[in-house]
Design a protein around this ligand. Structure first.
Ligand code: AR6
Length: 186
């Protein structure tokens, strides 16, 4: 099952997958990092759909750990699933780590609901939100593997590939090490 998890170094806005996951903030109105890149390249259609989602459902903001879908505008993907990662805070580690895991579960559930077979994730919370990369990688890979292994039948069954798209060789190396630690050499 873990064979369906792949790691690539690159730019998530260039991935021709069914779903690209965005590390958004609760406003859903864009920001820096990967969020900025997705909105820049996706164009006004993505922002417009985010605005509509805010108006209809998420006037107070999308809660941390949740995920919602829009189409992908000019991106080569078909949809964007926007999820809100937790800001890192060591004093509230357990609670926030659970929220980070929830981002991956909820995003995969949303992707499965769209009939997606291929999904690309960035390292949610591991940039501006300050999550230590090695720990972010363990939570990301561990949670996705659980879903694919059938822990969540709703989310895992149809997914052929979950791709982590890591920005830069350093983050790629961190994920590669975490993958080896968690799953060995399979
Ligand atoms: N493709 C793949 N990964 C990328 C890309 C890209 N084009 N650009 C950046 N990354 P971040 P967060 C990496 O900060 O920590 C925004 O302002 C980046 O190097 O994008 O969840 C939102 O609006 C890092 O490894 O997301 C929120 O306010 C990873 O993506 C806040 O940032 C995540 O970094 C969310 O912070």
């Amino acid at each position: 099952m873990v064979a369906r998890i792949t790691l690539v170094e690159g730019d998530i806005t260039e991935q021709p997958v069914d779903v690209v996951v965005n590390a958004a903030n609760s406003s859903l109105l864009g920001g820096g990092g990967v969020d900025g890149a997705i909105h820049r390249k996706g164009g006004p259609q993505v922002l417009e759909e985010c605005r509509r989602l805010r108006a209809s459902h998420w006037g107070k903001g999308l809660p941390t750990g949740r995920a919602v879908a829009t189409t992908a505008g000019r991106l080569p993907a078909r949809w964007v699933v926007h999820t809100v990662g937790p800001v890192y805070r060591a004093e509230e580690y357990e609670e926030r780590a659970e929220l980070l895991a929830s981002c991956y579960r909820e995003s995969l559930r949303a992707a499965a609901g769209l009939g997606a077979r291929t999904v690309a994730f960035p390292a949610v919370s591991a940039g501006i939100y300050g999550w230590p990369p090695a720990d972010a990688a363990r939570i990301a890979l561990g949670t996705v593997a659980e879903v694919l292994d059938g822990g969540d039948a709703e989310a895992g069954a149809e997914l052929a590939e979950v791709r982590f798209v890591l920005f830069g060789s350093e983050m790629y190396g961190v994920f590669e090490r975490a993958r080896r630690e968690l799953f060995g050499r399979e």
